[in-house]
Design a protein around this ligand. Structure first.
Ligand code: CTP
Ligand code: MG
Length: 233
């Protein structure tokens, strides 16, 4: 049962406001993407890693991955203008022999290997599994003028993360259907849900944050330092 992991790293990091791709920003001296790829390729479950990079960053990303001396096979493919297009390009490079495809954000460097293991195991059982955490805040909906329109029951709400793992055939059909319909989703599971397939939630970790805005760098470095302290004796 071959498993391929797609790591999306072809964004621009606009909300970070540094004028560079946030996955190349160092966290405790190592680029965000290096932390992410190390976590994703650790363990026995993953055979193959495909990283999407912006066309002008292919070389820097290849050099970064070469320096990691990974024990799994890997390749870098050019991303597209939207995350979904980047993943679609990566899907075309996933070997036909792959049975499980895992999609993960390059910008989630604090992910732990156990989340990959659990998502993969659940995808084998249920065809589609996504990591998510219960929302901590009360969420309201509002209209364009800023008037509250409703308060959904928080007990039913989950903040979705990656990894998201799928049976390869299911994810490929979902991407084909989305392309055919011109549908752009905000996560991979949304494409699979459109096919009517059921998606199982794997309870995740609040530490698995996505590096998005400047304060996330400070939080991520603190969490990483804390983790290193806990493993040093
Ligand atoms: N991503 C990608 N291709 C794109 C856009 C995003 O591979 N065309 C990747 C990013 O590199 C990131 C992940 O998808 O690791 C999640 O996207 P997001 O957090 O939105 O990152 P950016 O698009 O880079 O950030 P921003 O939206 O602030 O510009
Ligand atoms: Mg984005």
């Amino acid at each position: 049962e071959m498993v391929s992991v797609i790591i999306a790293a072809a964004g621009q990091g606009k909300r970070m406001g540094r004028g560079m791709n946030k996955v190349l920003i160092p966290l405790l001296g190592k680029p965000v993407l290096a932390h992410t790829v190390m976590a994703a390729s650790a363990g026995q479950n993953v055979d193959n890693v495909i990283v999407t990079a912006a066309p002008e960053e292919m070389e820097v990303v290849v050099n970064l991955l070469t320096g990691l001396n990974l024990s799994v096979s890997w390749q870098v493919v050019a991303g597209g203008s939207e995350r979904q297009h980047s993943i679609a390009n990566a899907l075309a490079a996933v070997p036909d022999s792959t049975e499980i495809i895992v999609v993960h954000d390059g910008a989630r460097p604090l992910v732990e290997q156990t989340l990959f293991d659990q998502a993969i195991a659940m995808a084998r059982q249920y065809r589609a599994a996504i990591v998510a955490v219960p929302v901590k805040n009360t969420i309201k909906s509002a209209d364009d003028a800023g008037w509250v329109t409703g308060t959904p029951d928080r007990r039913m709400l989950w903040a979705v993360q990656t990894p998201q793992a799928f049976e390869a055939r299911l994810l490929r059909s979902a991407y084909e259907q989305a392309a055919h319909d011109g549908y752009l989703g905000t996560d991979d599971a949304a494409l699979v849900e459109r096919l009517g397939a059921k998606v199982k939630i794997v309870p995740g970790s609040y530490r698995n944050l996505k590096i998005t805005t400047p304060e996330d760098i400070i939080i991520a470095e603190t969490l990483l330092a804390h983790r290193q302290e806990a493993t040093d004796d």
